[in-house]
Design a protein around this ligand. Sequence first.
Ligand SMILES: [Zn+2]
Length: 339
Amino acid sequence: MVLFGLSGVAALEAGEAGEDGSYDLDHVVQETGTRLQWDPYREIGTLWNGSTSVRFRPGSSVVLEDYRTEHRIAGIERHNGSLRFSAEAVESFKSIFAMPDPPEDGPRVGAIFVDPGHGGKDPGTIGRHEIDGELFQIREKDIVLGISHKLVGLLEQRYRDREIVMSRKDDTYLTLEERTEAANSVSIREGEVILFVSVHANASLNSRASGFEVWYLSPEVPRDGLVTQASAGVNDPQLLSLLNTIRDEELTIESILLAQSVLRGLDATVGEFTDNRGIKKESWYVVREAKMPSILVEVGFVTNEEEALLLADDEYLNKLARGIYNGVNNFVKDFERRE
Ligand SMILES: [Zn+2]
């Protein structure tokens, strides 16, 4: 499969409807937060956000979700060599990729905590490159703050009834303890969980190393105090310890699922530009102390000149934020559907 040129109708501003009230493909891709694959031989397009895929063919109103669920969407046409979508078709695509409302009872994500790494006197890792005789410098603390603001913007738009919290909103220095304490002190209702998403950028002595990866907590490092005497209503220390172990394992599994989902989301939005380095596990302090499903996203290498230039590009940061957002969204969707 090759990627379809998103030329659309050049004269139109992005998101603006044409004279006939129809939209171009770029608009659909943006509105759904997906990536498009186009099969030129069969004239079949596939929109994908990391977990859900939707196949369509211009001139046909039969649209296939995840290769099995059929939807009827009229108004997908080829016009003067580009694809046009009716306003109804755009809305239908959006609703397929949108999230259902969470069930009244059952597990629910009550809050999402976004943690841009470093800040203030701690710049994080720094990329220095000489490009055309000029020094080009990029700092981790700036990149991750930019992505986190975009991510929070998307999350706030989507989850109006949930708390979206940032560890830092500007160039402030915070210790790791302050970050996890802040995350652990977000108040949620009983039966709800908080998701913890830390955003970082990578560095390597190997200047060719590139790509994104997602970390989760290693199960070899148990978290203490997840279940307390007060919260469980039991006094038996052995039982408390057992309950704590069970909750710790649950958290680890949820963290792995969240990590996998965010990795797929990133693969969908930036996989064509850089490497997918996969899921990693280690006991990062900031993740270990957070008593919630926790991941750490490494968005790319500032030490790789090509990637450093991507990380300096606001459009690329949009793609990274959208990828993480799709991953979080898909995790929430699955988590809240769980029995
Ligand atoms: Zn970092």
